[in-house]
Design a protein around this ligand. Structure first.
Ligand code: ADP
Ligand code: MG
Length: 147
C-alpha cells in the first residue's frame, strides 16, 4: 500500500464533461499547488476519502492525468465522490486522502468502454475502502480540518 497523500482546495469548474457526457460528476481541484506531488505519482486512477466542509466524509475514486480520450493539454485532478448530492458544491473546500492506486491512465476506443471502465474502478474503490487497511484513513486528521 501507498503512504497516503493529501490534496485539497476549493472545487473548481472543469470542462463540464463529467456529469454531462459521462453521467459521472468529478469535483475538479486546481493542480497549481501540486506540481511536485503530481510529478511523483503516475497518472491514473486512485481511490481514497474525500472531506467536504460542512457536509461530511465520503469514499472517492479519482482520475489524475490528461484524460487521453478527451486529449486534454493539462493534467487534471478529478475525484468522483461516491455519494448522491442534491446540489453542486463548486467553491467549497474539498480535502482528499489518497490511499490506493487502481490502474494507469488508458485510452479507450469508445465512450461506452470508458464509462464501463470507470464503473469497474468505482466498484474496486467501494470494496477496497471497506478493508481495515484503507477504511482507517477515513479518520485521517487532514479531513477533520473541514468538520
Ligand atoms: P466540471 O467539469 O465543472 O468538473 P462535472 O460535470 O465534472 O463538471 O461535475 C462536477 C460538479 O458536480 C462538481 O464540481 C460538484 O459541484 C458537482 N457534484 C455533484 N455530485 C458530485 C459527486 N458525487 N462527485 C463529484 N462532484 C459532484
Ligand atoms: Mg469534473
Amino acid at each position: 500500500p501507498l503512504e497516503p497523500w493529501h490534496i485539497g482546495g476549493p472545487v473548481i469548474k472543469g470542462f463540464g464533461r463529467g456529469s454531462k457526457v459521462l453521467g459521472i460528476p468529478t469535483a475538479n481541484l486546481s493542480t497549481e499547488r501540486y506540481t511536485t506531488l503530481l510529478s511523483e505519482h503516475p497518472s491514473g486512477v486512485y481511490f481514497g476519502w474525500a472531506g467536504l466542509s460542512a457536509r461530511g466524509v465520503y469514499k472517492m475514486v479519482m482520475s489524475i492525468g490528461w484524460n487521453p480520450y478527451f486529449n486534454n493539454k493539462e493534467k487534471t485532478i478529478e475525484p468522483w465522490l461516491l455519494h448522491e448530492f442534491d446540489e453542486d458544491f463548486y467553491g467549497e473546500e474539498l480535502l482528499l486522502v489518497v490511499v490506493g492506486y487502481i490502474r494507469p491512465e488508458l485510452n479507450f476506443p469508445s465512450l461506452e468502454s470508458l464509462i464501463e471502465k470507470i464503473h469497474d474502478d468505482r466498484r474496486i474503490a467501494e470494496k477496497a475502502l471497506e478493508l481495515p487497511l484503507y477504511s482507517k484513513h477515513r479518520n485521517d486528521p487532514y479531513l477533520e480540518v473541514s468538520n
